[in-house]
Design a protein around this ligand. Sequence first.
Ligand code: BGC
Length: 357
Amino acid sequence: MKKLFSLFLAVALVGCILSFAGAALAADKIGVSMPTQSLQRWNQDGANMKSLLEAAGYEVDLQFGGNNEVPVQVSQLENMISGGCKVLVVAAIDGSSLTTVLADAKAQGIQVIAYDRLIMNTDAVSYYATFDNFRVGVLQGTFIRDQLKLDSASGPFNIELFTGDPGDNNIIFFFDGALSILKPYIDSGKLVVKSGQVERAQAATPNWSTESAQTRMENLITSQGYGPNGTKLDAVLSSNDSVANGITNALVGAGYTAANFPLLTGQDCDVTSMKNILAGTQSMSIFKDTRTLAAQVVTMVDAIMKGSAPEINDTKTYDNGTGVIPSFLCEPVFCTKDNYRALLIDSGYYTEAQLTQ
Ligand code: BGC
């Protein structure tokens, strides 16, 4: 009986020690808020962030804002704040809609990292990590300039312009970056935007929606008479792949084939777009390795949690209305059917089968 009692005591003691140790070792929780699951890239970003943060010893609350639904993202952030998250990593659906909820985060000492898209009009954002968004546009504009040989060919060439969601601060950089290359040729008349829709607001695509882009391209085809047997369309600037997919659908619907397809840019190297690039119904995309961005943000989170200064490489570009946010910019690269293998397959981003099946 005595033996049994001491065994019971020992077990109770070990249990106690383990639960104390468990409490002491309880992982810090990090909130990761992504805009939507409807686009391939945000699924990848979310999954990469979760697995890298967990590997670094953190608990992760990963949420997607429905289908780009701002109120859903706001309530998910409220839950992360009340649920004890120590750092919030946020890719905003609408950069200007998080001021109130992030004021709560700040009041509770929770630090916020803006992920990929800058969050505007809030002093709660400590850091911003993204790709060099202006450079994305420059790469797209340069591709069109070089392919059309705008410096030597006589032209004129017809082009139409598409960018993304007006609530996404990135489109200012994507569009302005591309126009920094193309505008001199538009001004000189070598590039002609027949629709006259040259302003960013006119070129915008709500929610980066494939369907909206398709409808706008169909309307342009009708109103300008573009077609393989009609008015020649030489190029379409698209800021990303989901928009490019809609443009491709409209152009294919109008009878264009790989043999006479207008130049068409994109961004993200989504599987659908890579298949289009291989089939000749999109010309290029921009590769932004989401693994690199996620890894960089995890080092930022870790530095914040350990009280040290995260690595940044830009302190002048991104003013969110309350001042410049210290940023880390990753390098985007352009991708075509000529270099996709080295960029995407050899690096393990995709298997060849994913792009050919
Ligand atoms: C991202 C792009 C993405 C787009 C649509 C932008 O903010 O930078 O990579 O294609 O949103 O989700």
